[in-house]
Write a protein that binds this ligand. Sequence first.
Ligand SMILES: [Zn+2]
Length: 278
Amino acid sequence: MPMLAVLAALLISATDPSPLCTGTPEQGALMACRTAPNAVITLGDDAGFTATFKADSVGRFVVGFSRDAPPNMTLRACADGGACAALPLSIAPHDYKIERIDGLPPGKVSTFSAAQLAHIRKSSTRKKAAFAIKADTDAYLAGFAKPVQKARISGFYGSQRVLNGKPKRPHMGMDFAVPKGTPIAAPAGGVVTLADPDLYFEGGTVFLDHGQGLVSVFMHMSSLDVHDGQVVKKGDILGKVGATGRATGPHLHWSLKWKNRYYVNPASALSLDVSPLR
Ligand SMILES: [Zn+2]
């Protein structure tokens, strides 16, 4: 290629913001995309939902769709120079299950003592502060792997939960049924933004920020091997499976939050192809 043509190609790639993505637009899913460096990205729908954020310095970003994302959304990217490109998206619906759980102790469902309420408030404050942290990491670029192996999936993302006969908020994570004491491996690397052995509902909990606003939450752990601020690699052991907090038996609950906006499907992270972003 003549030198001028090479230069022209480089200039176009640096300013053309048209997003190129891997992954399928579906309720709860993730897509890994490329656009112009530092482009301003907007995800929106007709109902007025808008999320605005920036691609990184080489144009990478990850976009997530909520559990109840509408059928039509638009992903818009505007390059530094002002050129914009819009990508209309048809969001496939996800068929959610209904899960009934009976026999939960009443104190964990509806009636709380003053001490329990204080514990709940303290837990909520800690979570809020941790979710506000944005770790400086690109660890998601190595892709995601299951945090425990050979586990039966006992709870699915988005399921409508009915606890002791009462409809509750949907289940926003993935449950892995494994024995107490099973080691939990980091599904991707990142920075630990919260390591608390005793949150009221969640029990022993670890938050792990993978970059791009993707934060894993692991609940009900019997023991923790990491501390706040710790940098971990993919596969590092975070602690052990337990039944702490509001859990009927030992299992690992893994949820994944996007941009501190909503939870996305961890199964979508496991199948996400991030290789074009490397
Ligand atoms: Zn769960």
